[in-house]
Design a protein around this ligand. Sequence first.
Ligand code: SF4
Length: 490
Amino acid sequence: MFQFHVSIPPWGAATDPFLLGTLFLLVMTRRSAAGLSAEDIEFEHVAETDQSFENALAKARDGTRLAIDDAVELLTTGTDREEIDLRRKEQVLEIADRRRAERVGEDVTFVANLNNNVTTACNVGCLFCNFKDSAHAFEATSDLEHAGFTRTPTESRRIVDETLERGISEVCSVSGLHPAFALDDEHHEILATYDDPASTVNYKPPEQYSTDPGTYLEQMRAMSLEGVHLHSMTPEEAYHARRGTDWSYEDVYRRLRKAGVDTAPGTAAEILVDEVRDVICPGKITTAGWLEAMEGAMAAGLGTTATIMYGHVETEMHRAIHLKKVRDLQDRTGGISEFVPLSFVHQNTPLYTHGVVDGGASDAEDELMVAVSRLFLDNIENIQSSWVKYGNAKGLKLLNCGANDFMGTILSEEITKRAGGSYGEFRSVAEYVEMITAIGRRPVERSTDYETRRPIEIDGGPYGPTIGPRADGTPLLAPVDQTEPLAADD
Ligand code: SF4
């Protein structure tokens, strides 16, 4: 449904060592872009099928396992229509909401959590991301100004310690790929042996930076405190933690698990189709690499989650193929506890500021993405509605489109905020109770892996978390100083 033309990137992407070789980008505008020039090219995967909307809807209604073409018909409300058909959309949403009720009932879950990002230093240069700061600016000899940060393991531990006191049960940690990050001392030694480690394996020794982030294992040990659940090390971070070695993902994740990691976030998935990754994140691991890392995490005994980041350059066919890859992975492993659709927040990202896209997904696309995720992923129990990406009103609406989880309290959120998201960094348990009961559902505090669930008694409050190691039901309050960033997701 989208059209493209080829253009040399007008910004500094080609100066990034990880983007050298990406000599062109597909420049596109969304549905409004009719009549591009003859140079226009199209992705191999476009939203065209031999299926009909009616047949796909009938399969969804019957609970028959959906094929990729079915998902495309449902996501588009029919490839026979130019625009989303609102009547058809409501049919899809209604079936998805019913499937949610059959599968998981009326409970809406959330987790009391903290996001602690270790560093914003990153050289990968993904074009949908405004979280990172060029790692060069963090070097001790640099006089470049930046608004980012790097935390030492000691600082990470202090932040977790203070936040445990507030009652959290989960620490989520996703970070930039700092060139000085290594899995452990042995990894540092291996990386240093490369003739030109800075360009070959994206490595510079910690001494070159103003702040040493420590090793991944040191950071994990620091954040794994008193039985708090540590949700960390995405496939992309795991790649960074083994770069330049022949270590397997399973081996790396085993060592991370021993250092305290409990589950791994399946973020950095973006769109699991390489022709899209080549455009929006050419420096990242491939689709096959992401799947290999996820399987390695699960082989190491870690639970995982999975995501999709949609609403940028991709077509509905890419979204459907992505869902199939996640469903196949779950068929093979059974270790994915939740699926999280993440709508692209475009405002401050290179994709938007350089005119590659002119916006993100529409409300209707968001609703359909959640609904079709519920219908297609028949082997993943929990579908999340992310208030950080969607805000309260739409987030609640999505709980009636197939979602059953409403994310976490998140005492700080940096990634979406830096990309231009404006939905804040914190929701208290009391706010969760108010919002969830307002739509007639039951609020349930959960653990990260959904194994522990505490339905909240509606008795006038006060309401606070009770699952975390130091949680005693005391209300969770907003951080005093929200200008000091504590965290993020991807
Ligand atoms: S998405 Fe992650 S890897 Fe990509 S630039 Fe941002 S912080 Fe770096």
